[in-house]
Design a protein around this ligand. Structure first.
Ligand SMILES: Cc1cc2nc3c(=O)[nH]c(=O)nc-3n(C[C@H](O)[C@H](O)[C@H](O)COP(=O)(O)O)c2cc1C
Length: 279
């Protein structure tokens, strides 16, 4: 899916793919960049083909062009191509096979260590370092940067999937990647060419009425909106994942039991050990 394919869809078709025919929002201004954004889908199967020379640097230039809180730039990224390291990360992330398949795996790092080194070199104690706010700034910045890289990749006809399961064992990921204190891998990103046999349908989202409020939070029709979305997601999952699963069932499965966190329930302890006191 590259920018020329995305722009070949009409606005109505692109919105119908994202929301379903019955929930098309009254979107106004439109252009090719927006069409590309609406064509996003995560891809979980990759061809082994390598990326054209300079692709990594292009993606990172896009990533570094994202806004960054106070220009602190408290994130780093590690391009992981070593098969042994990818295999070790895949093992931590529930054996997700696409991590080993993709030619480029990017580990996005919330990284206050560089600015910590700056403070040490300048002989100044950076008092804000231990605070939760500082970690949050770093994690938000890493997310914004990564999403710019995703959009750039998709515009070039590449596919991606984020890997939050890398946090199942943040400390081990830190060891694999040689992270210093004050650096934590917040998520990974597989980048490559989609394997032709994997599902690549645009996944519908909640209708805008369920998430866009005007002036005051809430929508009394939320239960009806959820029921309608459940029907759409059940049909989507039959088409793409061979099982019938509503959104409600997915949320309950993912958020109902601590076991679904896959070890991430111990993240605070891991962060403390990795140099983030989170005061
Ligand atoms: C931070 C983050 C972490 C994610 N982690 C995983 C993951 O570990 N494995 C996976 O297959 N998908 C992962 N995803 C992808 C989501 O499942 C996907 O974005 C969501 O189902 C919507 O589908 P779409 O991206 O195709 O629209 C992650 C997405 C985000 C934003």
């Amino acid at each position: 899916m590259d920018i020329s394919y995305a722009s070949s869809l009409s606005k109505t078709d692109a919105l119908a793919l994202r929301y379903g025919e019955d929930s098309i929002p009254a979107a106004g201004p439109w252009n090719d960049a927006i069409a590309l954004l609406l064509s996003h889908r995560s891809i979980r199967g990759y061809r082994p083909d390598t990326l054209p020379a300079g692709t990594l640097e292009t993606l990172i230039a896009a990533a570094q062009s994202a806004a960054t809180s106070s220009n602190l730039q408290t994130w780093s990224v590690i391009a992981v191509t070593d098969p042994a390291k990818k295999a070790a990360i895949a093992k931590i992330a529930n054996n997700q096979k696409h991590i080993e398949q993709c030619p480029l795996f990017l580990a996005w790092i919330a990284d206050v260590s560089r600015n910590q080194r700056l403070g040490a070199e300048e002989g100044v104690e950076l008092e804000v370092m231990p605070y939760l706010e500082t970690f949050l700034v770093a994690a938000i910045d890493a997310g914004l940067a990564a999403q710019n890289a995703v959009i750039a990749a998709e515009s070039l006809g590449l596919s991606t999937v984020y890997i939050g399961a890398m946090r199942n064992n943040a400390r081990e990921v830190g060891e694999i990647l040689g992270l210093p204190s004050g650096a934590m891998g917040v998520f990974g990103l597989c980048v490559g060419y989609a394997s032709p046999e994997v599902a690549n349908e645009v996944k519908p989202r909640l209708p805008q009425d369920a998430i866009l409020y005007r002036n005051t939070y809430g929508n009394r029709a939320e239960p009806q909106l959820r029921a309608a979305y459940d029907a759409k997601m059940a049909a989507f999952s039959v088409r793409n994942e061979m099982s019938q699963d509503t959104w409600t069932k997915r949320v309950l499965g993912r958020m109902g039991k601590i076991a679904a966190l896959g070890g991430r329930d111990k993240l605070v302890a891991a962060l403390h050990a990795m140099g983030f006191p989170l005061k």
